[in-house]
Design a protein around this ligand. Structure first.
Ligand SMILES: [Zn+2]
Ligand SMILES: [Zn+2]
Length: 343
């Protein structure tokens, strides 16, 4: 029997035996190669839930993952043993949002790795065949994992619509912020002004293409002749993320909010936002992004590897959650390699 990492509630992650359920005809069994520890997994760990989505019984997180097929999937031209990624978003396909092409907003979604649907922090998992993403030759399990957060970044930049050589402030240089800043550069943005309180994250932002990196949002004014940035993309986990994004923005600017705030609420002075007449968008998961995410990784136009700071076994997974929750210096992205598949 294989094991899984379960989240039981706030600050309670445990590794225990995992009973693989029966598969369904529309599913294929996947041997998990690698799985990412995401900021949203961390919210479940720290808060026991995200808003109304609470842990009511122990569940297995992990929605960023890749692995090897345990059977052929002829519909996709894939053979047993092929390395694939999986789109975790199992939308219903028939609600108004799905019919309008916004599967990321489906209220009936079965999202792999969000309670009550078990995710990939385990050895093997049944996944719907229609959510399997074939990969080009040469992709690694790590590449497969990173397609999901890269997709989140692509969706955010799709919403942000940077203009050619436009100055953009990126608040938060965790994995999502670091992917966003790289995609912004591919999309033709100009100077990238990155803000993060942690020095190792600022260093990584500069390495991956930020023009400036500072610890506090107040620095944006100094870099922009007091004007602020015409476009701000926020990817923090802070309840002050929205407030800081407003402060970073120029009059008439646009703000895209990607981060999930600790505690599930924002506070900001209304006048600061109102007087700037800001355009604000909330980014939710992602649209049709996998072909572009694969193309960016295959061409080496986005670096998805440098930000991986830690690699962990499943057994050490709970310690990795605790380290991220404590903002341990040097932590950026942890990838978990389930033990029986260690590669
Ligand atoms: Zn994620
Ligand atoms: Zn739907």
């Amino acid at each position: 029997m294989s094991s899984a990492l379960y989240l039981h509630g706030p600050n309670d992650a445990r590794v225990a035996p995992f009973n693989l359920r029966e598969g369904r005809p529309n599913e294929v069994l996947l041997r998990i190669g690698a799985v990412g520890l995401c900021g949203s997994d961390l919210h479940y760990y720290k808060d026991g839930g995200i808003g109304a989505a609470c842990i009511v019984s122990p569940f297995v997180p992990g929605h960023e993952f890749g692995g090897w097929l345990e059977a052929d999937v002829p519909e996709l031209g894939l053979r047993e043993g092929a390395l694939v990624a999986v789109d975790p978003n199992g939308a219903c396909g028939h609600c108004p949002q799905c019919r309008a092409g916004h599967a990321n907003l489906c209220p009936n979604v079965e999202f792999i790795g969000a309670p009550p649907f078990d995710g990939a922090m385990t050895g093997r998992l049944w996944v719907p065949k229609r959510q399997v993403i074939p990969l080009p030759d040469g992709f690694t399990p790590l590449d497969a994992v990173m397609l999901e957060p890269l997709g989140v970044a692509i969706h955010a930049v799709d919403l942000a619509k940077p203009r050619l050589l436009e100055r953009v402030a990126v608040l938060g240089c965790g994995p999502i912020g670091l992917l966003i800043l790289q995609v912004l550069r591919v999309a033709g943005a100009g100077d990238i002004l990155a803000i993060d309180p942690q020095p190792h994250r600022r260093d990584m932002a500069l390495r991956l293409g930020a023009t400036q990196a500072g610890a506090d949002v107040a620095e944006i004014a100094g870099w922009t002749e007091g004007l602020g940035a015409p476009l701000v993309v926020e990817a923090t986990n802070s309840p002050n993320g929205f407030r800081d994004a407003v402060q970073a923005a120029s009059i008439g600017g646009r703000v895209v909010l990607v981060g999930i705030p600790d505690g599930d609420s924002y506070t900001l002075p209304a006048s600061a936002a109102r007087r700037r007449a800001l355009g604000v968008k909330f980014s939710r998961r992602m649209g049709e992004v996998y072909p572009r995410a694969i193309a960016l990784v295959a061409a080496g136009r986005v670096d998805v590897t440098s930000m991986v700071s830690h690699r962990s076994s499943l057994e050490d997974g709970p310690a990795a959650f605790a380290a991220h929750a404590a903002d341990e210096p040097g932590r950026l992205k942890t990838i978990i390699y389930p033990r029986e598949n260690n590669v």
